[in-house]
Design a protein around this ligand. Structure first.
Ligand code: NAD
Length: 415
């Protein structure tokens, strides 16, 4: 299958004109388009799940949880709460202004460019699009080109549901993006790596365009000595094997004492077998690595680690398969501890104490997420009404839920 890339040149001006003509501002228009976005997902659920299966071997539950239901929910929340979110916010006034009523008005900024990463190819462009539509902006979405079945399907369905005068879907890679980034946008929303995040920010800088950057990082799990081993093992394996560990908020590595490491090693094999059977490669529930470049990146890490590969370790390049793999006694300066792993490999770094774990984390860039395990924790679950975003190297800005709309309507959208 070859993907046809889009000629991007006419889009920005067209969308800017629609915005100038106030096409996207009326609340009824925004609600109608959000309904249409809901329908796009709802009426094509099976086709979307098939595309995700072809691209990433994602099973249906993972596609429903990580993509379809999230988008449906965000559309409904936005439709239901749009009136409240967009109503003027009255503020207290000082004595000198007692005769005035002052309020913050939520105005859309204009045309938004939304660029997605490959690991959740549909969610990562459509959830930010929900915000842009709700805010009254026009928008271009650019799904990652790597999961090509999902990207092609999305760009095929898009014009059937959404008003093309206001919203466009572009298929393209870095060449098309380099061209597109020469245009002035009013906001750029990017999900992806820090390396490309820097390219996006420098391009935005030339037009003083504000950016939201949803990046990655090494998200640690710190394990207390009092944890419930069975529950912790289940949660770590679940989150590290969901989409084969290719999730921005997956626990990247574990910090714990030797005693806990040994106890986990007894639990992990049972959890893996229970979830995927004796031979994980035969399970229809386990995803694959996106492509050979990422497969090679991950297997090189396994070749170079000074830790011990004690569980898993089976790989198959033709099938892009990597077992859920546990590496123990990983030195703090190991190759596995340099960059975000973004795959089903879980290194365990032994520490003497929680203080030592905290000191180690603080020496690194701020992670996107952090999982302290005591006896009441979970991993990778994002509550719909909480804001989501990183700090420093893991990102700038936030989205999702009400707070998302506060940022989108008050930040994407100036007052
Ligand atoms: P990437 O940075 O390689 O690509 C992201 C997007 O940028 C793609 O659409 C790609 O086509 C585009 N792109 C590539 N080169 C470009 C260029 N020169 N100019 C403009 N655009 C360009 O990232 P990826 O490999 O798709 O995603 C993996 C990363 O994304 C991981 O670090 C992961 O943690 C992060 N991520 C973060 C979140 C979050 O919400 N914070 C969610 C998912 C993934």
């Amino acid at each position: 299958m070859t993907t046809k890339y889009t000629d991007v040149n006419e889009f920005p001006q067209e969308l800017r004109n629609s915005f100038k003509q106030n096409l996207t501002k009326p609340l009824n228009y925004r609600k109608k388009q959000l309904e249409q976005l809901y329908n796009l997902i709802d009426e094509n659920e099976d086709e979307i799940c098939d595309a995700l299966y072809k691209d990433l071997h994602k099973n249906k539950i993972e596609s429903l949880l990580g993509e379809i239901d999230m988008i449906r929910q965000e559309c409904l929340d936005s439709i239901n709460q749009l009136d409240e979110w967009t109503s003027p916010e009255y503020v207290k006034v000082s004595l000198a202004h007692k005769l005035n009523r002052c309020h913050i008005r939520k105005d859309p900024v204009g045309t938004v460019l939304i660029i997605g990463a490959w690991n959740y190819p549909i969610t990562l462009v459509l959830c930010p699009l929900v915000g842009a539509i709700a805010a009254g902006c026009t928008a271009i979405i650019k799904p990652s080109e790597l999961p090509m079945n999902s990207a092609t399907l999305l760009c095929k369905l898009f014009p059937k549901y959404l008003d093309q005068r206001s919203y466009r879907c572009i298929n393209g890679g870095s060449k098309e993006m380099t061209e597109l980034l020469t245009y002035k946008f009013n906001h750029i929303f990017f999900t992806g790596s820090g390396v490309v995040g820097k390219i996006i920010m420098s391009a935005a800088c030339k037009h003083l365009t504000p950016v939201t950057l949803e990046l990655g990082g090494k998200s640690p799990a710190i394990l207390d000595d009092n944890i419930n081993i069975t529950v912790t093992a289940k949660r770590l394996i679940w989150s590290k094997s969901f989409n084969a560990g290719q999730t921005c908020v997956a626990p990247d590595y574990v910090l714990c004492t030797k005693k806990i490491q040994e106890a986990l090693l007894l639990e992990f094999p049972k959890v893996i077998e229970n979830q995927f059977g004796k031979d994980v490669q035969k399970s229809s529930d386990y995803a694959r690595i996106i492509n050979q470049r990422h497969f090679d990146r991950l297997t090189n890490l396994l070749d170079q680690t000074k830790g011990n590969v004690v569980i898993g370790g089976k790989t198959d390049r033709d099938n892009l398969f990597i077992d859920p793999t546990i590496v123990t006694n990983v030195p703090k300066d190991d190759k596995l501890m340099e960059d975000e792993i973004f795959g089903p490999i879980l290194p365990i770094v032994v520490v003497e104490s929680i203080d030592e774990a905290i000191e180690y984390i603080n020496e690194k860039d701020t992670p996107l997420s952090l999982y302290p395990f005591s006896n009441n924790n979970d991993t990778i679950k994002q509550m719909p009404n909480l804001p989501f975003g990183g700090t420093g190297a893991s990102g700038i800005g936030a989205y999702h839920g009400r707070e998302d709309h506060v940022t989108r309507i008050a930040t994407i959208i100036s007052t």
